[in-house]
Design a protein around this ligand. Structure first.
Ligand code: SF4
Length: 362
């Protein structure tokens, strides 16, 4: 049976000597802790570091963030993915300014009332910035706990999750909750890896039931997920007459890639060809009729719960003036002017291919 005090002692001893260096380590400013925790959601540390530094240069304080235009924030976030995080940071910063006199709430429960801050992020900020005894539980910590306790239950079930929160709360260190939480995150990421746990180097091996029972690779137990669906998407690189400018549209603010710009188009319906889909989407979204030209790009992209292949076609307007029916706004822009707008990854790949094509033709 795992004894919390000796477990935390061994974990913190390791953390104090082998803790991973990161720009936000040792940081107690809640704004910076919040930013790092949000950026790290679903994203690798190496990817986050330059974004974190650049973001803080652009928005050094929460007031700077709250008063910045959302379009600019999305542009700074471009390429980091999961854009609802950027929108929620902006909304939460505004709320802190308007409802909390610019002071970040101190307790985990008050933090959870802000947009985009769930139980994990609230606990991370409250423990690291304010020393509150609030435990974190994310995928890494779930794996560590499931192994430490050799848990045979499916960790995707709500009842198991609630049990794991109880375990996490029971284990967290009284005096150094922030360091303890970061040590658990480091342990999960660096040592107790999903497929190749480094048990020989593990500082808490003596406390680990899965190690004792040789069941590390069977933990955590997870129900098999349904295969990730795949969708074909058609998008238009739409021109008007001989003008070199291209039509781009801004996606609705809520939902996937909300507020980002794109080459207009959408998902292919059953029985539809790619050109048929594109003509329908442009009619529905922008009230324009087009003639479709050659395919200029095909790019694959994976989202959390599905994958797409995006086929981009040249198209020319034959009737109608663009109207923002299924989008927030639209613009005619040249390829160089696209740099001023925030796009998702798949559209950025299309832009890159268009530029390569132009260069080849020069
Ligand atoms: Fe994970 Fe192995 Fe350490 Fe157990 S001993 S916590 S399985 S790395």
């Amino acid at each position: 049976m795992l004894e919390p005090r000796t477990f935390a002692r061994d974990l913190l001893r390791w953390y104090d000597t082998a803790g991973v260096a990161m720009p936000w380590r040792g940081e107690r400013d809640p704004y910076r802790v919040w930013l790092s925790e949000v950026m790290l959601q679903q994203t690798q540390i190496a990817t986050v570091i330059p974004y974190y530094q650049n973001f803080l240069e652009r928005y050094p304080t929460i007031a700077d963030l709250a008063t910045a235009p959302l379009d600019d924030i999305l542009k700074v976030w471009e390429g980091l993915g999961y854009y609802s995080r950027a929108r929620n940071l902006h909304r939460a910063a505004k709320l802190v300014l308007e409802k909390h006199d610019g002071m970040f709430p101190k307790t985990a429960s008050a933090l959870e009332t802000l947009p985009g801050i769930g139980r994990y992020t609230a606990a991370a900020i409250a423990s690291i910035a304010h020393g509150e005894r609030a435990a974190v539980l994310d995928g890494n910590v779930v794996r560590v706990l499931a192994r430490l306790y050799d848990l045979p239950d499916d960790v995707t079930l709500a009842a198991t999750q609630s049990y794991l929160w109880k375990l996490a709360d029971a284990l967290i260190h009284n005096d150094r909750p922030g360091a303890y939480n970061q040590a658990m995150m480091d342990l999960g990421r660096e040592i107790c890896k999903p497929r190749h746990p480094r048990c020989a180097a593990c500082p808490v091996r003596e406390h680990c039931a899965a190690f004792a029972n040789d069941t590390q690779l069977a933990r955590p137990v997870k129900a098999k997920r349904a295969p990730t669906p795949h969708y074909d998407v058609a998008a238009g690189v739409v021109y008007k007459g001989d003008d070199e400018r291209i039509l781009i549209a801004q996606r609705p603010l809520e939902g996937l890639l909300g507020g980002l710009w794109e080459f207009p188009g959408g998902k292919v319906k059953a029985g539809e060809t790619l050109p048929e889909c594109l003509r329908r989407e442009l009619r529905e979204e922008l009230a324009i009729e087009v003639v479709i030209g050659e395919q200029v790009a095909a790019v694959r992209h994976a989202f959390t719960h599905f994958r797409i292949t995006l086929y981009a076609f040249e198209a020319r307007i034959v009737s109608g003036e663009p109207q923002a029916i299924g989008c927030v706004a639209w613009r005619w822009v040249t390829l160089p002017e696209m740099d001023a707008f925030a796009f998702g990854k798949a559209d950025l790949m299309v832009i890159r291919m268009l530029r390569e094509r132009v260069n080849r033709l020069l």
